[in-house]
Structure formats: structure tokens, C-alpha cells
Design a protein around this ligand. Structure first.
Ligand code: ATP
Ligand code: MG
Length: 301
């Protein structure tokens, strides 16, 4: 497939799940089992398309690195067992490890809690020329912290700042932060892997049934499942408030892993194609210098 055709296909697929204006967004409009125009029997073609997408990504990433101007921040959020780890692993598989940094954000440490909530994430932002991946992120501050108010209490915020507008305030701060990043050359894209409650149960069951998957199971995950509706409400609200043109959300159907992965790859290709990535241009003086070095090297034969 030509490069142009591949980019067009990526655009078409990514666009379907992109939310850049969240005002009217409703989670129930996205079916976790959706596979767009691709049928289960086309899965082998989809896997091939993913491989082509990964090659295209590797090429774009080389330019990103060489040009050393832009950077990319990819944020992944999801319920447990939605396939964050697998999506990250597959989509980034062809990329030079030196150009990519992955950070996982778990429950905050006491040092983290001694700071504002963006602090620990700011320290992990990608350097210029790199792709940074956040496996969970500051969005947890409007998810798990909202669903379990005891986490908010642990943050020791001054009492008068904990108002009923706190979530709206956080959304505003996050929107501003992402705008700030964009204005500094960071391309921000966010992914919510949308798995159904039924499929999560299937995946938990196979983690319990298959010994090689036992390590992935945690009883805490089963406990969080009990708060499913609260999480869905929190996700819908955050997507409504933090989807912007510069930092859109992709709400990716996640009941079929093969499909999730091609949508994520498509969106990352789209993100990298949204700016003019090119190898640094060699000017006349530099070309002259290279010519002289070539001559000098040949004389050492
Ligand atoms: P996996 O289970 O696949 O290894 P994970 O991302 O689920 O990956 P866990 O070790 O389960 O990793 O830890 C993540 C937990 O940390 C989640 O339950 C998440 O809600 C919690 N967490 C993340 N950020 C915060 C936060 N700011 N405050 C409180 N809890 C948080
Ligand atoms: Mg977990």
C-alpha cells in the first residue's frame, strides 16, 4: 500500500473515534464491541494493516527524533483489563527504544502527595524529539479520586479549596495545562480504551483460569469493578470537559484487542502527520564542510 493510501486509511479510522469537542459527547454512543467496517473474518488483514502502520510509525518517529523540535505525549486511560499494556506494546513495537519513554502512574507516594497533582507527571514529560507514553496519568485525579473521596482527603488540600466545583476546576486546569504543552511543541493525544463490563468479566475469568495469566489478576481490580457506573460517569464527564482541538480524546472500542490496536496506531500516525516532520535540512556551509571531510577521509586510505 502506498504511503498516501495508508495515511488516508489511518485518518478515516482515527476520525471515527476522535472527540475534539466534548459538549455533546455520550459514552453510550460508542459501542465497545464496534469494529467499524471491519468484520471478524477480516482480522488477518487488520493484523497486516497494523504491521504496515507500525512501519509507518517507525519512519515518522525517526524524523521526529532527527528534527528534535516537536514531542508527542500519548495518554492511556482505561478500566482494568481493557488492554492498555497490550496496545502500548504493539503500537510501539517498531519504534527505536531511544526515542520513546513510558511512565506508569500508580497510587501516589507520600512525596507525590506533598505536591500539587500535576507535579509527578510534569517530571515525566517527553523531551523534544521523543514520544512519551503515560500509562494512566493526571486524569486519575478526576477518576479514582472522584469515585473514592477518601483519596482526595489524603491530598491535604486547604479546606476552603475543596469546594463542590473541584472537578470542574481540575478540568479547567488540565485544559490549560494541555494548551500550554501544545504551545511548547508537545503534541497531546489521549486514549480511553472503552471495554464493556461483560468483556472485563471474561478477561478477569481467564486471568483466574489460566495459570500463565494469574499474575495479572489483582483482587483490587475486582473491587473497583463494583464501582463501574461511577467510573463510567466520571469518564463521560471528563471527556466532555477535556476534549479540545489541540488535545482530543480517542474513545476506542476495546472489546476486540486487534481492533483497539489498529485504531490506536491510526491515531498516532495521524498525530505525527499533523505537523511537518522532516530531517534537518543541510545548508550550503554544512554541505561544504561534509565535502571537505569526505576528501580528508579519502586521503587517509
Ligand atoms: P496493571 O494492573 O495492568 O499492572 P495498572 O495501571 O492497573 O496496571 P496497578 O498496579 O493496578 O496498575 O495500579 C494502578 C492503580 O493506581 C489504579 O487502581 C489507579 O486507580 C491507582 N492510581 C493511579 N493514580 C492515582 C491517584 N492519583 N490517586 C489514587 N490512586 C491512583
Ligand atoms: Mg491494575
Amino acid at each position: 500500500m502506498s504511503k498516501k493510501a495508508l495515511h488516508e486509511r489511518a485518518h478515516k479510522l482515527a476520525e471515527r473515534y476522535c472527540v475534539s469537542n466534548g459538549k455533546k459527547f455520550r459514552l453510550k454512543d460508542i459501542d465497545p464491541d464496534d469494529t467499524a467496517w471491519l468484520k471478524e473474518e477480516q482480522k488477518p488483514d487488520a493484523v497486516k494493516a497494523l504491521a504496515e502502520g507500525v512501519d509507518a510509525l517507525a519512519e515518522l518517529q525517526e524524523k521526529l527524533y532527527a528534527q528534535d523540535r516537536w514531542s508527542v505525549l500519548l495518554i492511556f486511560q482505561a478500566m482494568d483489563a481493557a488492554g492498555k499494556d497490550g496496545a502500548i506494546k504493539h503500537v510501539m513495537s517498531g519504534i527505536n527504544p531511544q526515542g520513546c519513554q513510558v511512565f506508569s502512574f500508580k497510587a501516589p507516594t507520600s512525596e507525590d502527595l506533598d505536591h500539587d497533582y500535576l507535579w509527578r507527571c510534569m517530571k515525566c514529560l517527553p523531551e523534544r524529539g521523543r514520544i512519551g507514553i503515560f500509562n494512566r496519568s493526571y486524569y486519575e485525579e478526576t477518576l479514582v479520586v472522584r469515585v473514592h473521596p477518601e483519596y482526595l482527603a489524603k491530598q491535604r488540600l486547604p479546606e476552603e479549596l475543596v469546594t463542590k466545583h473541584i472537578w470542574e476546576d481540575r478540568f479547567e486546569d488540565i485544559r490549560n495545562f494541555e494548551k500550554y504543552l501544545t504551545r511548547n511543541g508537545v503534541i497531546v493525544r489521549k486514549f480511553f480504551l472503552h471495554v464493556s463490563k461483560k468483556e472485563q468479566l471474561n478477561r478477569f475469568m481467564s486471568r483466574l483460569d489460566e495459570p500463565s495469566k494469574n499474575w495479572k489478576f489483582s483482587s483490587a481490580d475486582a473491587h473497583e469493578r463494583g464501582f463501574w457506573d461511577d467510573y463510567m460517569a466520571a469518564y463521560e464527564d471528563l471527556i466532555r470537559h477535556t476534549s479540545t482541538d489541540e488535545a482530543p480524546w480517542y474513545v476506542v472500542p476495546a472489546d476486540n484487542k486487534w481492533f483497539t490496536r489498529i485504531v490506536v496506531a491510526a491515531a498516532v500516525i495521524e498525530a505525527l502527520s499533523s505537523v511537518d516532520l522532516h530531517y534537518p535540512k543541510v545548508d550550503a556551509a554544512k554541505r561544504k564542510e561534509l565535502e571537505e571531510v569526505r576528501k580528508a577521509l579519502l586521503e587517509t586510505k
